[in-house]
Design a protein around this ligand. Structure first.
Ligand code: GDP
Length: 456
């Protein structure tokens, strides 16, 4: 398989600009077969990242567009390899013909994520940074984007690095004393290992406690819209999402199944589920919908309870109220504020500290929702100071590291010999190494040589 990969880097569809990327040996030369500069300097001889203006050719050498191109030579590129980029117009046809021409010139289609994988393999990014690239691309709120950007800049790697390097130091010191008895190395002490273990436990526990917020930032807050049929749940979902995701009709029970959509409200990503209402009915499909509604309400971290402000409370409303009150957080929306008020809103305020009157139909009052959601689920600033764990892989590795550190701490208290404790410390190192993709053995060995000047 060719080592030279190429892909269209811009999204499918038409746009102002379309970008083709190449990475691997011969990237500049292959790009030069498809891109002809107007000036005299060929793409293969231009300095790094200097743009050239020229024409883009198809595989038969016919001009199909004009555009810009540049090259970045190894190791000063995103992937760490020689790379080239051609920017042309965002025409799917031009991009497809140009890509075909690059394939004819020896490149092959890049696999999904292959540019970033190469960046990792070439030491340009560690694994937490590679994951941050995906999170940044997928970010749906400003806080999620800032958090991903901070991890891409190495914030999580640095936090993990502090624990990791402390433990590598301890391990290297122990091995140096043991393996090089003739060298003049300070003796290994239990206090040194105790201090490193304590720091490690503190940092890993602190990191694990951030996952709740990290998950909220990446995957959204599970949020159920509850209320009896016809109060305006689907209208609310549509208003929050900003397009007609759910069908709105006057016939109660239109939303037979649950409908899911994501919306950013007050800078918080909500995973909205529009439930089918809670009406017990003979209709099989509707009955299943009701069961799903109850399940969605039970899993929700936030319930948006919708009541019809233009009508008196019914038994079904009371059931919805009871269910909503069981949720960890609830906002009561008294809907249809455009109709003459019937419902006693003041009486409801006692039950629901977070309450607002709105009209899902014309959008009136919906602006109150953002600050309420943000107060209940602070999106945070996503700044460097608050590095969060954002996926299960990271949590699994940090938990494993913490368990190993706890075992080592317990062993220390029971007076176990250092070599037994250090096997737990090394397990913690392995787990942290997996998190960032480091080769632990090599790190310990090189630390012995740099720090203790062994074998000079
Ligand atoms: P759901 O069954 O709770 O999902 O309710 P829908 O969103 O389908 O709405 C039921 C009916 O109430 C529809 O005819 C909507 O147009 C109407 N409706 C929804 N919100 C409002 C509102 O704010 N004001 C008024 N006047 N009607 C509304």
């Amino acid at each position: 398989m060719s080592q030279l990969i190429a892909a269209v880097a811009t999204p499918p569809g038409t746009g102002g600009v379309g970008i083709l990327r190449l990475s691997g040996p011969g990237a500049a030369e292959t790009a030069a077969r498809v891109f002809r500069p107007v000036g005299k300097t060929p793409l293969t001889q231009v300095p790094d990242r200097q743009m050239l203006y020229g024409t883009v050719q198809d595989r038969e050498g016919r001009t199909i567009d004009t555009g810009l191109a540049f090259v970045s030579r190894a190791p000063h590129s995103y992937t760490g390899e020689e790379t080239a980029e051609i920017q042309c117009h965002g025409s799917p046809m031009v991009l497809s013909l140009a890509l075909e021409a690059l394939f004819a010139a020896g490149a092959r289609q890049a696999l999904p994520g292959e540019f970033t994988k190469r960046a990792f393999l070439n030491g340009k990014l560690d694994l937490t940074q590679a994951e941050a690239v995906i999170d940044l691309i997928d970010a749906e709120t400003p806080a999620a984007a800032r958090q991903a950007a901070s991890r891409l800049g190495g914030a999580l790697s640095r936090t993990i690095g502090r624990v990791y390097h402390g433990l590598v130091d301890v391990t290297a010191h122990f091995h140096a004393v043991l393996d090089y008895p003739d060298e003049d190395i300070d003796p290994f002490r239990a206090e040194t290992i105790a201090a490193a273990l304590e720091t490690g436990l503190e940092e890993t526990s602190r990191l694990l406690a951030t996952y709740d917020r990290g998950r909220q930032l990446t995957f959204g807050v599970p949020c159920a819209i509850l209320g009896r049929p016809n109060v305006g749940k689907s209208s609310l979902l549509n208003a929050l999402v900003g397009y007609d995701r759910a069908i709105v009709t006057q016939i109660p029970g239109t939303t037979r199944d649950t409908i899911e959509a994501r919306a950013s409200v007050g800078g918080v990503l909500l995973n909205l589920t529009d439930t089918a209402g809670l009406r017990e009915t003979g209709d099989e499909a509707e009955r299943l919908g009701v069961a799903r509604s109850r399940a969605a309400a039970a899993e929700a971290r936030l319930v948006l309870l919708v009541l019809d402000g233009g009508a008196a409370l019914t038994q079904e409303d009371r059931e919805a109220i009871a269910l909503a009150q069981e949720a960890p957080a609830c906002i009561c929306l008294v809907n249809k504020s455009d109709l003459p008020p019937v419902l006693d809103v003041e009486a409801l305020r006692g039950q629901f500290p977070h309450l607002c009157t709105v009209s899902a139909q014309n959008g009136e009052g919906l602006e109150q929702l953002g600050p309420m959601v943000a107060a209940l689920f602070p999106p945070g600033t996503g700044s460097e100071g608050e590095t969060l764990l954002t996926n299960a892989r990271q949590v699994e590795a940090v938990s494993r590291a913490r368990e190993s550190l706890e075992r080592a701490g317990e062993g220390l208290r029971q007076g176990m010999p250092p070599d037994l404790l250090l096997s737990d410390v090394e397990e913690a190192l392995e787990a942290l190494g997996e998190l960032t993709g480091r080769a632990v053995r090599e790190d310990i060995t090189s630390r012995i040589f740099e720090r203790f000047c062994v074998g000079k």
